[in-house]
Design a protein around this ligand. Sequence first.
Ligand SMILES: Nc1ncnc2c1ncn2[C@@H]1O[C@H](COP(=O)(O)OP(=O)(O)OP(=O)(O)O)[C@@H](O)[C@H]1O
Length: 942
Amino acid sequence: MEQVVVHKQRVISYLDLLVVHRVKLVNGIKNIECILDNLLHLGYFMPEDIELVQHSATRHDKVRKTLNIISAKGEECAEFFLYILNCAKEIYSDLHPWLREIHYSPSDCLMNKPVLITDAVCQYAEKLRVEMQRDTRFTLSYAQKEDTLFEDMYTDSLLELVNSTNEILGSISNLEDLFSDTGIINEDAETVFVTGDAGVGKTILLQRLQNLWSKGELCTGVKFLFKFRCRMFNSFREEDKICLRNLLFKYNCYPDKDPNEIFSYIQQHPDSVLFTLDGFDEINIDCHLSDIPIISSPFDPLHPVALLMSLLHGKLLKGSKKLLTARTGTELPLRMVRKRVTLKGFSKDHLLQYSKKFFKNETQRSLVLAQLETNPHLSNLCSVPLFCWIIFKCYDCSQSNCSPQWLSHSVILTDIYLVMIEVFLNHSSQANPNKKSAQSRVNLFKTKKEILMRIGKLALKGIENRNFAFSQGTVTAANISEEDLQLGFIKTVGHYNGLGNQSTYEYIHITLQSFFTAFLLVLDDEICPSDFLALFKNNNVPKLSNNKLSDSVLAFLSPTKYPSTHILKPFSKHLQFTMLFLCGLLSNSNTDLLLNLTSPATIKKKQSVLASYLSNCMKTHLKKLPRLHLEDGCKVHVLPCFVWLIRYIFEMQNGATAKLAAKGIRADYIKLNYCNVSSVDCGALAFILHHIRTPLALEMDNNNIDDYGLKKMVSCFSHLTVLRLSANQITDQGVHILVEELKKHQKIRILGLYKNYISDVGARDVAELIEACSSLVNLRMGANMITHEGGTCLAKAIQKSKTIEDIGFWGNQIGDRGVVAFAEALENHQSLKNLSLAANQISSEGSKHLAKALCKNSSLKILWLTQNDLDDASAESFGEMLRVNTSLEKLWLIQNKITTHGATYLLQPLRENTTINEICLKDNWIPPNDASHLMKDKRIII
Ligand SMILES: Nc1ncnc2c1ncn2[C@@H]1O[C@H](COP(=O)(O)OP(=O)(O)OP(=O)(O)O)[C@@H](O)[C@H]1O
């Protein structure tokens, strides 16, 4: 065939194409080897042809010679040549725009001819991809007996972009946005820092990213993705040194060809590299290096942790992308953080999606979801994917084995883990226990006690040394048999180190290691009651004094917080879960089980040691915090570790301890902002706070409370005078519960619901509260989704209220229609002092009503109308109002459309009006030249 179809409309010879575009090809082909290899492989070129080409001195000459030989071979060879350029995308990416320009599309006869990628760099990139695809295709799950396809279990979850002060900037729905320009905290830094609670899915998120990248569906500009689990760095000894090249190649994927060439390419193109680094909180270095030099030479051998730090600092491979994960609360200096992201787990929708993936059988799925509906505590735990997986797995097995009754009664996390242990044990022995027999459960634990203790001993050893990966030797030394491993609590992890595969073991999740540690601490008779809390008192960061590298790494990470010897210090995150399970195991509900496994005296003693320890912790924690003595009481701002304390006490389900803890708080105003309080924690908080019988103010802005959390807190609402719940994902349903409760008690003075998901429906409920509750003086409802309808209801209620003083309504959408009702409310109002209607789409029409109403008002002191559509006509109305009004002190008109002309209307009445002391006109349409004239009166601010 002489003439070939290149494009449907255009017929041209491939040989002609090579002639016409010869210059482009000579300049654009940077790698001739791959072309030659393929031409030779399919017999278009003979070895002599290759030799001829190789004789040419320069790259350009080699391409010219190749093109000459191709033209001598004919049309088919020329066509295959273009086909190589098209298939080896990685190598000839520069020529791809040109291929598109000439409308190249391969003809059918070539479609199944293989093209070999023989360039060393591309080959390596390809190898990385293939290995990554293989490694991320499956996820090892239940009892190591099932490999689940990753796609079949992965479900999107909630990822939020936050700023340096942890304020939410928005959610991230596309993983590519992790690396976009939105929400950058520090332009010079390169690390995207993802934090989240235990089991929320940080590792899985990275696996998703790696999997998508390996399939070419994400981060297409990234040629090399290197993944590290930070716990791997714990396995190095003090004296171990390694250079960056070996760290990358030996611990990820070793190149088949010329490592030097590949490494040099990586150095020259750092922007083509992405590192995923999982579990920064798990780093514990047990070796002696007094300083960690931050180096910038990629060739100097150094301790791997120092290499990691240099990478994160951007001293090595500057320009590469880094995605680092850690548990909530882990600090990373802001100078190293490019973006901050928090992983929040499953929303209701995500949970539904996950249930569809997990339970293929629709009847079973509906049954489980219906059961979850009846146990909100359980269903709330499901927002953490790990707990969700455990709960679903238990339900799944219960279908065939035993009744799911046990789950429905669970109120603490420990119970869920106990059920999981039971399910694993049953699964391995294929037992079919009597459905409802508590005795069979006891028997099961009794029979397997020794195995569980062995697994517990290994766990304790790891937690003591902050070690989460175990060598074959350690596992053997702990007498863990193959049969024990088959139970599925411990899994094998491939550990590629370039020197061959040696088995390494890990607990299937780190929280399970914590559980087994607690299990051992409770049941081991050799650990006497007076000593069993030693781990928490002395061993937070093991061997601190003689562990210089860890000292300096930790100090570097958290200089202000380190060192400390108290249980509530940072870097004890794994102990936090151990403590939680300890409390749960020693709770009253589990006493019966424990009494069958160890001596009653030991259990009793351990329970009492633990209870008094927790009360002491609460007292000590609160004593150390600064207190602010306000007019109406004492205010204390607690820290996130307070939340852990209440979790412990709740997990123990011990009312007396809760009462003592409540007594220890000794404050009238508790501030819990930014403490990572989740809806599940609200039950724990109420468990303690309901013992406080005096008026209480509670500030809980910027947590994750949601409607369910509100419901759980109902029991402590009776004494609340202040409740701030801004930025907490509360919807109309939550507002309804809240209002009903607050109406009953008539004590609330300040209610903050800023930045939630409240619509007109919720606004109507809040309006009822304003009318019914004369104690309410301050209401913050800004940044919700309230339109003129909800606005009107609220305004009508405000109109009737004789006590309300302060209304924050910034960032809703009431518009001019809603403003009319607010204007009516303002007329003759006696108590309202501050009103913010900023960012509410108000134009001159609405402002006219406001101005008119203010002529009759003598209570309002501050009016915020920032970020509306106010123009000169509005200014004129307010100018008129200022001639009459004698109470308004501040008028905020920032970011509107008022010109110099309009501003003059506001200036004139100031000669007579002596009450107003600030009219802020910043960011209006006033040219700087006019500003000085207007600012003759100091009360005008531009
Ligand atoms: N997006 C998800 N889709 C489906 N399952 C998930 C998802 N995220 C997590 N899981 C489930 O939860 C388990 C724990 O997740 P993962 O190990 O990623 O948590 P983590 O945040 O890294 O926890 P830790 O901080 O304790 O290391 C997974 O093994 C998986 O079963």
